[in-house]
Structure formats: C-alpha cells, structure tokens
Write a new protein. Sequence first.
Length: 133
Amino acid sequence: YSVGMRQKVLSSKNTFSDIQLGISYLEENSVDYIHIPFSFNHLMSLQKCPGYLEVGVGVTFQFRNEQTDLDTWGTENKSLDYLPIYTGRIGYRYQKTTSPIGFNITFVPSFVAYDSALDFTPWGGVGLSYSLN
C-alpha cells in the first residue's frame, strides 16, 4: 500500500504534466521496506474517450532494514540497505473535470542496476485518486 501526491506543473489545452511523490511501507520475513517514488508524468487527452494517456519516468528510492537474530551480546543486529529503482510509466487515467474522484491503471517497468547487471521487473497498478482543487 502507498500514499502519494501529484502536482500539476505544466498545462495546455489537451495535455498537462505533473510530478508525483509518495511513500509506501512493507514488512516481509523480518525485513522492512520503505519506498519513496518520485516521477515526472505527461498526460495527453484522448479525443474519443474521457481520459488521458499517461507516460512518465521516475526513480523509487528503496530502503531495506533487515532484522537479524540476537548476537552473542544479546543485541539485535540490523542492516540498512539503499537501492535506487528506475521506473517508466504508461497507462490510462480517467478524471472528469467536474468530479474530484479519478481512476488510473498503469504499467510500470522497473530497472535495478547492481553487480554489473540490469534487472528488469514488470509492475503494474490500479489507483483511485481525489483532487483537492
């Protein structure tokens, strides 16, 4: 699960651009993950249907905190790792100008570079949004 915000930065008649910032938390097998995504997105109006084609690029900063067993002194060992995850975005966003509620479905290809290799992970998502203005 995640929470985020978007801010419109450029706008014209049929297109606009925004920046997005968020945060998410996941705990799995004694490992805590915190993700902070940042992206720049461009939305183009689809003339025949009420919505926008969305494309974008970004980076997600992943922080991983692993909790291990107690050492011989009775203290808990923890290790904190940091990993940038580079992302793309292509999807559909539906948002009526007369309603604050929106919907989007997005494909997010993710790329991680480590140990002289590039790892590709296909991600996707479905979201609901509420506009404050």
